[in-house]
Design a protein around this ligand. Structure first.
Ligand SMILES: Cc1cc2nc3c(=O)[nH]c(=O)nc-3n(C[C@H](O)[C@H](O)[C@H](O)COP(=O)(O)OP(=O)(O)OC[C@H]3O[C@@H](n4cnc5c(N)ncnc54)[C@H](O)[C@@H]3O)c2cc1C
Length: 386
């Protein structure tokens, strides 16, 4: 069954629309053929990163001086939405993220050459290791430590949890305390090649995003002095600087999955005959699809409006949190409604609607849970007195 692509809002310019068409074509040509095997095997096809690099998608939003395309957030959200519409698990990480941004902005020239160049070429990849078993939302509760040895090297011990892309990563960005007594000002970031002695990975099996590999990572390693990324103690500041873009791009991913679910269900409703007529003839189904469309458009407006403000240099933490909540809830709601419209077929593995719902269920949890977004909104708008 061929689902037709839906237009939710007008793109900001003809260049954005042309870029959307290019991303859609890439996703359908390069990602779609890999989905079934990667979702079944749980093995990420690394060659996809090289193809994304050839298409200019890796490092999309990095400045040209760092080897990126210099595209702003409005282009980035379009790319993520379009790639995730085909497969969110495979799309994750193709367009770059916090790690690449830090390699561009705070890494030394040597670190940049060693890690960023191969990453942008699609030949290497990094994974961002911050969460721990007792430190997800409460990230400052992390137990991971780095201690400077008398010879200047670093002894790192940490247990990191749920790390996206770690099993096939060439290096990790590891956040640990170098001065725990300083709390938010005592966390530092380290660049850790995954072939370093003392690193162990355990694959984690999960409900959705099955084509993206995830691991628990145990680190008990000695690293050279130059493994430190940026300034000692500045880790949380660096992470904080990219939270807004992280949340709005996460919202774009949710939007891509929600749109895929809607489009598939809408196409099905035009074909499925029950009681002598296609089910799109029933008002109950029409109203459900109409509400799904309203939900999608609301999420699309949140995402693009926030991306535009970010591009204009505005401070958009509240709006980014709102976009993340609206879009992640849209993904879960629309994918659930899509399952209902599909009837029994939706529950079968032969259609992708079950995948959209399994993937969507991640979004209210990852990149800061919904409750953490609401907490930030309450604090920043004065609802909560802090
Ligand atoms: C598939 C997947 C991939 C991930 N990838 C990465 C990665 O690449 N790198 C990385 O570092 N981490 C990653 N994470 C971790 C993710 O960021 C955390 O799971 C998330 O931040 C939630 O932390 P937690 O799991 O410890 O839940 P908890 O913090 O234990 O939260 C449990 C519940 O309590 C709620 N809660 C917590 N605090 C409050 C509060 N103050 N008020 C109200 N409710 C509250 C939460 O919202 C949640 O509902 C990933 C997670 C998953 C599932």
């Amino acid at each position: 069954m061929t689902a037709r692509a839906t237009t939710l809002i007008n793109d900001p310019s003809p260049e954005h629309s042309a870029f959307r068409a290019t991303c859609r074509e890439f996703a359908e040509r390069e990602i779609a053929p890999l989905v079934d095997e990667a979702e079944r095997s749980g093995v990420y096809p690394r060659q996809l990163r090289q193809r994304a690099a050839a298409a200019g998608l890796t490092g999309l939003s990095l400045p040209e001086a760092c080897g990126g395309a210099g595209a702003g957030p409005t282009f980035l959200v379009i790319a993520i939405e379009e790639l995730s519409r085909v497969c969110a698990g495979l799309a994750t990480g193709l367009t770059g993220g916090l790690g690449e941004h830090l390699l561009c902005t705070v890494a030394t020239g040597e670190q940049r050459d060693r890690f960023l160049g191969p990453t942008l070429a699609g030949e290497a990849s990094g994974a961002f290791a911050m969460s721990e078993p007792d430190a997800g939302s409460d990230v400052l509760n992390m137990k991971g430590r780095a201690v400077r040895l008398p010879d200047g090297r670093w002894q790192i011990t940490a247990q990191k949890m749920y790390i996206t892309g770690a099993p096939f990563a060439d290096y990790l960005f590891v956040a640990v305390y170098t001065a725990p007594e300083r709390r938010g000002k005592g966390v530092s970031l380290f660049l850790v090649p995954t072939d370093t002695s003392g690193i162990e990975m355990h694959h984690l099996d999960k409900l959705g995003h099955r084509s993206m590999e995830t691991a628990a990572v145990f680190i008990d390693s000695v690293l050279p002095a130059d493994a430190l990324l940026g300034e000692e103690g500045a880790g949380m500041r660096y992470i904080g600087e990219t939270l807004e873009v992280g949340r709005v791009t996460h919202a774009a991913r949710s939007l891509g999955v929600a749109r895929a679910a809607y489009e598939y269900a809408e196409a099905h409703a035009h074909q499925r005959v029950v009681f002598g007529q296609t089910i799109n003839g029933y008002q109950a189904i029409q109203f459900k699809l109409a509400r799904m469309l309203i939900t999608l458009r609301s999420a699309a407006l949140h995402v693009m409006e926030t991306a535009r403000a970010l591009e204009a240099g505005a401070h958009v933490m509240v709006e980014a949190c709102m976009a993340k909540v609206v879009a992640s809830e849209a993904a879960v709601g629309v994918a659930t409604d899509a399952m209902q419209i599909m009837g029994g077929l939706g529950y079968m593995m032969e259609t992708p609607v079950q995948r959209y719902l399994r993937d969507a269920l991640l979004y209210p949890v990852s990149e800061g849970t919904t409750e953490i977004q609401l907490r930030t909104i309450a604090r920043q708008t004065g609802i909560a007195e802090v």
